[in-house]
Design a binder for this molecule. Structure first.
Ligand code: NAD
Length: 299
């Protein structure tokens, strides 16, 4: 029979991910600082404990899904952190999107305790988390990949090995920088076309059969009414928050600074999403940059 899997961080993504582990027959032992977040998985049979150290005391495979770097540092190395009680030989998988330098620090701290840490951030959003179709980008010791994949494939359709620890984060950060640039480009293009008198649905159709086509134009169009089942059709509720996108663009800027890499459009995208956070868009989906651009025009 399957042994317990620990899960820490039951938010928008962690909740459906933990549910998929339960569905695949893994007993789950979980915790979250926000007790409300634990209710649904508890009702589905997960055991809820008070803190990460207690999870580590009972499970030797643990997945963490937390907002950002400081939360990950706290959950691993804090006073009630995983590393206070971790068992030798444990496999610790962090699926949060954080600074790759922090992933490396956590890996070094885990190694001191005889445990293995891997970074495995995800692409796909809440819908893909619910349907078990996430993409995992995994960094860490290659000989541990098979063990990690066994768990991650319950929650994802693609589990890709990227290289040493931190490279999963590197892949994720690069993807989101391009996504942000593409979303802003799609939004300003759609807005220009509308102001030139084009019907937005027709313009989207033309883009999507032409060389301007991208994920933001054909799968997640930011203009209300062009597509159904996307946040732009629902006043930009749900989806991937502007605040989280701004965080990921900040991570891209840090890594670009550290490696002296020019990323002019990534930098501009970061500043635009920061401005949006300051202007009340923090919790709207990141495709609301279309609405933000319209406001800038005084419409
Ligand atoms: P979220 O804020 O909804 O969930 C995070 C959870 O962690 C919350 O329930 C919070 O209470 C809990 N938490 C925070 N600190 C904790 C601590 N010290 N101990 C225990 N629990 C703690 O965030 P999310 O949308 O689930 O995203 C999680 C990560 O996944 C982020 O790094 C995000 O960038 C990334 N991500 C999100 C999406 C998305 O579409 N939402 C997609 C891909 C990647």
């Amino acid at each position: 029979s399957k042994t317990q899997v620990g899960f820490i961080g039951l938010g928008n993504m962690g909740n459906p991910m933990a549910k998929n582990l339960l569905k695949h027959g893994y007993p789950v032992i979980a915790t979250d600082v926000f007790p409300e977040s634990c209710k649904e998985v508890q009702e589905l049979g997960a055991q809820i404990v008070d803190n990460p150290a207690e999870v580590a005391d009972k499970a030797d495979r643990i997945i963490t899904m937390l907002p950002s770097s400081p939360n990950v540092i706290d959950v691993y190395t804090g006073p009630n952190g995983i590393l206070k009680k971790v068992k030798k030989g444990s496999l610790l998988i962090d699926s949060s999107t954080i600074d790759p330098a922090v992933s490396k620090e956590m890996a070094a701290a885990a190694e001191k305790m005889g445990a293995v840490f891997m970074d495995a951030p995800v692409s796909g959003g809440v819908g893909a988390a619910s349907s078990g179709k996430l993409t995992f980008m995994v960094g860490g010791a290659e000989e541990e990949f098979t063990a990690a994949k066994e768990l991650l494939s319950c929650m994802g359709a693609n589990v890709v090995y990227c290289g040493q620890v931190g490279t999963g984060q590197a892949a994720k950060i690069c993807n989101n920088m391009l996504l942000a640039i593409g979303m802003i480009g799609t939004s300003e293009t759609m807005n220009l076309g509308i102001r030139l008198g084009l019907d937005p649905k027709l313009l989207a159709k033309i883009l999507n059969m032409s060389s301007g086509r991208c994920w933001s134009s054909d799968t997640y169009n930011p203009v209300p009414g062009v597509m159904e089942g996307v946040p732009s059709g629902n006043n930009y509720q749900g989806g991937f928050g502007t605040q989280l996108m701004a965080k990921d663009l900040g991570l891209a800027q840090n890594t670009a600074t550290n490696t002296k890499t020019p990323v002019p459009l990534g930098s501009l995208a970061h500043q635009m999403y920061r401005m949006m956070c300051a202007r009340g868009y923090a919790n709207k989906d990141f495709s609301s940059v279309f609405q933000f651009l319209r406001e800038e025009e005084g419409q």
